[in-house]
Design a protein around this ligand. Structure first.
Ligand SMILES: [Zn+2]
Length: 285
């Protein structure tokens, strides 16, 4: 099987250093093993979208020499498939319609299964929830090691189709990774808390479960992730080779100084070792 990795940005702002690190890590992980690397724009949340952001992110990737090996997939165009998959899970009684509104949910954030056996009186269907089991989902992350999460204790039955009639992130990611033949998910540690839910969705849909590697997130300071939603500076586009070198060192790859972009990519492809990526968060001054 050809190792297939992907980078899946949300068009909610500019490409920043943290997402560039994820793009580079996923690309090197797949291509250094003769695999392919794909880009998917996760534009399934129109309320959070920023106009023009997807184009600017794709253009920024190109400046760094990052090109998808297949046409870029836009998740918004796959809504019908997401919907069918949610319906398939409801038909199979693995998921059910929930009529709870936000104020019905407990402060713990753990859904109590109120609508599991049917909607209560006076309630109309709002969202679709996937049933979870009261036993741990276990996986071996290639950077973080063995991870266990009991979804009944951390979130309960969770939403796969939203009350605003949009696919939930956890469903769309799994359906589209399967559609694109993704075998390797390499992404930031901030998404580690979604992984058990995504494995549970994949198993429910009888889709293959990819391997996972969660690299440390880039922190501007303690407790502050560099997020597109924060006013972090967009990356320096004038000097892509310097920024690439900075990203490689952040990922523990001891690259030589002052190489132009192309030779630096050649070095990175020849020398990439995921074992060198540290598991713990790292700070950029
Ligand atoms: Zn409910």
């Amino acid at each position: 099987m050809t190792p297939t990795g992907r980078f899946a940005p949300s068009p909610t702002g500019e490409l920043h250093f943290g997402s560039l690190v994820a793009a580079i890590a996923s690309c090197l992980d797949a291509r250094s093993r003769g695999g392919r690397w794909l880009v998917r724009v996760e534009d399934i949340d129109p309320p959070r979208e920023v106009a023009g952001s997807a184009d600017r992110i794709l253009a920024a990737l190109q400046r760094f020499g990052l090109r998808s090996d297949r046409p870029v997939v836009f998740q918004s165009q796959r809504r019908d498939v997401h919907r069918r998959m949610a319906e398939r899970l409801v038909d199979g009684r693995l998921a059910y319609w929930c009529g709870c509104s936000r104020r019905d949910l407990p402060a713990s954030g753990i859904y109590a299964g109120t609508c599991r056996e049917g909607l209560g009186p006076g309630k109309s269907p709002r969202s679709v929830r996937l049933r979870v089991d009261d036993r741990p989902v276990t996986f071996r992350d290639r950077i973080q090691g063995v991870v266990n999460e009991n979804l009944a204790e951390t979130c309960g039955d969770f939403v796969i189709w939203r009350a605003d009639d949009l696919p939930a992130y956890q469903l769309a990611v799994v359906v589209d990774d399967s559609f694109q033949g993704v075998t390797e998910v390499v992404r930031g540690q901030d998404l580690l808390s979604s992984t058990a839910r995504q494995i549970h969705v994949a198993r429910a849909l009888r889709m293959p479960v990819p391997s996972y590697a969660h690299h440390p997130v880039v922190m501007a300071s303690r407790d502050q992730k560099l997020s597109k939603r924060l006013a972090s500076d967009p990356i320096a586009m004038q000097t892509p080779s310097e920024t690439l070198a900075k990203a490689l060192r952040f990922l523990g790859q001891p690259c030589p100084d002052n190489l132009p972009l192309r030779p630096l990519w050649s070095w990175a492809l020849a020398n990439w070792q995921i074992d060198r990526v540290q598991a713990t968060p790292r700070f950029m001054g």
